[in-house]
Every structure is written in structure tokens, then in C-alpha cells.
Design a protein around this ligand. Structure first.
Ligand SMILES: *Cc1c(COP(=O)(O)O)cnc(C)c1O
Length: 457
């Protein structure tokens, strides 16, 4: 049966519960541990930094389904359900027998999937009676999403924005300010750790890890503030499961079973959310899918990183998370996919990767933008540079089907739009885009900063 260009769900079909992958994992992801004692962090130790309810979700490895609060569902209804699209014109352009679908998360003002978790986190912070939240933003998508969510629930929002983005992405910065958020270039003089990093490396372009250190410090030193994070954590993957649950409901309507599911990975939240119900079926032994995480060769956490306990930030003030990491001091070259420049990876996805449940590939920037423009011309949507990594991998899989003659069903996550990222497209269009693939020696510098944790593998 032919499927329509868009598979829309009704508001009633938005899931009422998030799905927690961890409940079905036989080998649970390693817990966050204290850098001092190497013991798993408790509720009491985590709540000075994070909101209470979010800590409960972070520590919950066993509850498979968690109710989405009514207020969050109400907010979701402003821009969800998001459509699943059939890429008919892209298929034709590629001459592939493969059937290509994508789940489009860019149809809200912030332009990405990050709003799905931002509203949940802002809601729990408000419910706890907090005054405000602090966070970091790399490319700016998380900061814009969080400022929208905070404006909606009535919460103050302080965003530390990685310096190179703060200077390059003035439109994102101004969207945040328009929603009432306070945006600070990181490293800044507003925090002790920022001052220290500036003294050591005055010309730094900043990094996500550094901005995280500043945001955590700003949260714990101000009354009524907590820190929130837009990716990596288990709670974020939980909230993002709305993407995969909607995708599955939509595809099931037409009896479509994906062979391959693809998503780009920075900290792993959009991919983790997209694959959630499918990975659940795999873990329960009900079905098999190829699940492919796509990362840039300039920041290859999965494909060249070490599976170790490491700090989540450059300042080494956060808990240790076990993950595929390039070392918290690794600063990738200024690549255009800002959201994929994080040194680590979700602990959930890391465990799934170590167990061989998911695959990972690294791709170079220029071919990624070739696929992005091909996709834009065929399908009309201009992908975010991050999402373009998933587009590219889907194109490669579709071309492999052309060679083998197999009509596989490929589903990928189009996590956002690129309208605020036009310098990336400008560089590509001018033919001046390059890419720095780190050498083994360069990676060794980052690895040297990974702490020694005895029970580590
Ligand atoms: C932030 C971002 C990403 C990367 O983050 P994940 O947590 O890995 O999803 C990918 N795509 C877009 C559009 C983003 O804004």
C-alpha cells in the first residue's frame, strides 16, 4: 500500500506516557558516581543541583512507563504530534528501491526536538517552587527551547552560551532574549570556573563542557535555582521517547516495519528518543532493527572514544558518568554542527552500543552538507547541520539498497531545521567548508584527562 506524503496523528494519539528504555535493559546503564568517593550518587546528593522530580526520573531504572503531566501534554499539543513524512522525491532523486521516512521535529519556533524535554524540565522546576534554572547551550537550540518553555511556565532562565556560538549565532541569542532569558557568553567572568578558564586560555572559543561547569556553578551558588541539561541524561532520553512513540503509532497505522532507524548523536537524546519503542522490542526479544547513530568525524565519541567513567564538563565539577568519551578536555575544531560537539555520550546509549544493540558511524562535514542540500531541494525542508548527519547516513543506506536491489524501509530523525545556521550553509555554498578529523595524537591528549576509576572497563 502506498503511504501518504505525511502521516499525521490526532492530538488524542500523542502518547500519554513516556517510555523508559532502562526498564527493559538487562545490563543497566552505569549510575552517575561521585568523583570523590566513586559511589553512586543518591537522591540527597543530586537534588542540590537538579530538580527533585527530575532526579527521581534520573535514578529510575525500572519503571517502564511514566505519565506525562497534563500541563506538559497541553504544551505538546501546541506543536505535536509532529508528522512522519515519506521522502518520495528524495527516493526518486536517488533512484533507490528503498522506502525512506523521516520524523520531523523542527516544526516549532526553537526549531528542534529539544522543546520536548525543555517543557518537561521547566514544568517540574516550577512545580517545585523554584525561581529559575541555569543551563548551557552549544549551537543555541537548547537555549532557545528552554527559554520558550520557561517563558510559558513563568520561570527565570540563565543560559551560558558557548562563546563561538554567542558571537556567530546572533539570531538564536536574540530569540532567547526575546523570550525573556538571560544569555551570557561562555567562558564568562560571572563564575569562578569561567574566570579560571579565561585566565588559562584567554583566546578559547569555549566548549560545551566549559559552559556546563559555569551553569552548574551558577545554579548551586544561587538560592532557588537548579541546573537543567538538554541532552545526555536518562531523564532527557525519557522525555524524548515521545518522538519514537509517535513514530511507531504512525507507522503501525500503515503496517510499516522499519529495517533501519537512523539518528544523529551529540549527547544522544533525539536518537535515543526516536529508537525508544523499537529498542524496547529488541531488548524484549520481540523484533530486530538496525539502529544507527551518526556522529561527525571531528567529534567521534562512539567510534573512537573510550568507554570510561568521565566528567561531563571541562571544569570537572559534575558527577562522573560512564560513557563513550573523548575526555572532558577534548575541544573539537569549530565544526558547523554545534549540537554534535559534545565530548561524551548518553550512558544509556553507551551501554546499548557496548552490548551491540546499536551501531555507530562517523561522517565528514562536506558530504553531509551535500546530502543536506540534496534533501532540501527534493523535500523542501532545510535540515539543521546536526540533522543533516542523519540525512546523509540515510542517503548512504538508500544508495546501498540501490546497489543490492533491496527495498528496505529506512526511518530517520530530522531533529531540526537549519534556518538559524546559515553561516554553515554559506561556507558550504562558497566552497570553503573544511573539516578537521583529529589525529590519534590529538585524541590522546583528551584521553589523558579521563580520571582513573577502579571498577571501570
Ligand atoms: C542538540 C541537537 C542535536 C544533538 O543532540 P542530541 O541530544 O544528540 O539529540 C541534534 N539535532 C538537533 C537539531 C539539535 O538541536
Amino acid at each position: 500500500m502506498d503511504t501518504p506524503n505525511k502521516i499525521y496523528l490526532t492530538e488524542e494519539e500523542i502518547p500519554k506516557q513516556w517510555y523508559n528504555i532502562r526498564a527493559d535493559m538487562k545490563v543497566k546503564p552505569a549510575p552517575l558516581i561521585s568523583p570523590a568517593t566513586h559511589k553512586p550518587l543518591t537522591f540527597e546528593e543530586l537534588t542540590p543541583v537538579f530538580c527533585d522530580e527530575l532526579v527521581r526520573q534520573e535514578l529510575d531504572d525500572t519503571t517502564p512507563y511514566i505519565d506525562i503531566p497534563e500541563e506538559v501534554l497541553g504544551f505538546y499539543k501546541m506543536y505535536r504530534p509532529s508528522p512522519v513524512m515519506r521522502a518520495y522525491r528524495l527516493e526518486k532523486e536517488l533512484g533507490t528501491p528503498a522506502k525512506i521516512y523521516y520524523k520531523f521535529e523542527g516544526n516549532n519556533t526553537s526549531g528542534s526536538h529539544k522543546l520536548n524535554s525543555a517543557i518537561a524540565q521547566a514544568y517540574y522546576a516550577k512545580k517545585q517552587g523554584l525561581k529559575g534554572v541555569t543551563t548551557e547551550t552549544g549551537a543555541g537550540q537548547w537555549g532557545t527551547a528552554l527559554s520558550m518553555a520557561c517563558a510559558y511556565v513563568g520561570l527565570e532562565c540563565k543560559v551560558f552560551m558557548v562563546k563561538c556560538s554567542y558571537e556567530q549565532k546572533i539570531y538564536r541569542r536574540e530569540v532567547m532574549r526575546s523570550y525573556g532569558a538571560n544569555a551570557t557568553s561562555s567562558p564568562s567572568t560571572a563564575t569562578k570556573i569561567g574566570q579560571k578558564i579565561l585566565a588559562e586560555t584567554p583566546n578559547t572559543t569555549g566548549s560545551l563542557g566549559c559552559a556546563i561547569s559555569e551553569a552548574v556553578e551558577a545554579a548551586v551558588t544561587q538560592e532557588g535555582y537548579r541546573y537543567v541539561l538538554g541532552s545526555v541524561l536518562g531523564q532527557v532520553l525519557l522525555h524524548q521517547s515521545v518522538i519514537g512513540l509517535e513514530t511507531k503509532t504512525a507507522l503501525d497505522k500503515y503496517g510499516i516495519k522499519p529495517d533501519i532507524i537512523i539518528g544523529c548523536t551529540g549527547g544522544g537524546s533525539n536518537f535515543g528518543g526516536l529508537i525508544a519503542p523499537y529498542v524496547g522490542e529488541m531488548l524484549r526479544g520481540e523484533n530486530f532493527y538496525r539502529l544507527i547513530a551518526v556522529e561527525p568525524t571531528s567529534c567521534p565519541s562512539f567510534t573512537r572514544g573510550k568507554y570510561k567513567y568521565d566528567f561531563c564538563d571541562t571544569g570537572m565539577i559534575t558527577p562522573l558518568a560512564k560513557m563513550y568519551t573523548l575526555g572532558s578536555h577534548f575541544i573539537p575544531s569549530p565544526n558547523h554542527a554545534g549540537g554534535l560537539r559534545y565530548h561524551g555520550m548518553s550512558s544509556i546509549l553507551s551501554q546499548l552500543y557496548a552490548d551491540g544493540v546499536i551501531e555507530a558511524v562517523a561522517v565528514e562535514q562536506k558530504p553531509v552538507f551535500e546530502s543536506a542540500t540534496l534533501f532540501a531541494r527534493a523535500e523542501g525542508i532545510l535540515p539543521a547541520p546536526e540533522s543533516a548527519h542523519a540525512v546523509h547516513s540515510a542517503v548512504l543506506e538508500a544508495l546501498a539498497c540501490k546497489d543490492s536491489g533491496e527495498a528496505k524501509t529506512i526511518v530517520f530523525g530530522l531533529s531540526g531545521t537549519g534556518y538559524f545556521d546559515m553561516t554553515a550553509y554559506e561556507t558550504f555554498n562558497n566552497g570553503t567548508m573544511d573539516d578537521h578529523v583529529p589525529t590519534d595524537e590529538e585524541l590522546a591528549v583528551g584521553f589523558a584527562g579521563i580520571p582513573d576509576v577502579p571498577e571501570d572497563i
